[in-house]
Design a protein around this ligand. Sequence first.
Ligand code: F6R
Length: 255
Amino acid sequence: MLVIIKKNYEEMSSEAAKIIADRIRKKPNLVLGLATGSTPLGLYKELIRMNKEEGLDFSKITTFNLDEYVGLPPSHDQSYHYFMYENFLNHINIDKRFTHIPQGMAKDIDMFCEWYEQRIKEIGGIDIQILGIGANGHIAFNEPGSSLGSRTRIKTLTEKTRKDNARFFKKMNEVPRYAITMGVGTVMDSKEILLLANGESKADAIRAAVEGPVTAMCPASVVQMHREVFVLLDKKAASKLKGDYVDTWEAKIFS
Ligand code: F6R
């Protein structure tokens, strides 16, 4: 596990973009795992700039998103479909047929989840998965207590998560109760993982994920078991780490 600590959000985002761009240049048909949320917005912005100004080519890239709410159509402004197209996919030269986001409106959700896993396998697996982390240590919608071997499936949102998300909806009863999410095991099958976190509100979760015991109560802690994981942080998110993380990563990461 390589822990990389940058000065602030901007530097964290541009470093993350450098890593993804490097992987795309080395493998033009890279399979890229995407996350929503506020953390990767700076990374997506920088990748869009690289596409427009430096010709970073996404035309052969395939993407798989981590999760989506059940019951929200892609046109709903709180759906993760909407988020991904608005903030990233509409602004790069990607072939939309190669983009995958769980279908929250699927009639048979279990069958859809099986298909999603199968599709990832058929294509040869995810090369690099971008992850954010919840303040409670969740990854994707795998809340504390999720099986560390879990696969793509439907999950019931906790009341805490629904309340946290209520601010984005007009009424509490509009907040989705379920989501489809890649499992912790699905994420762990990715060849590389790039876990991003910024801000003080993530410091406890990062301490638990990086230096705490591997436990289902902090699903992100499972990354300690992965062979190729980069934990890329700003100073605030790293502020509770005790280890001495020497900045020797450039040689390793771009080798
Ligand atoms: C998003 C996702 C979530 C977020 C996490 C952090 O697809 O799976 O696990 O990564 O909740 O969210 P932000 O970045 O908004 O703090």
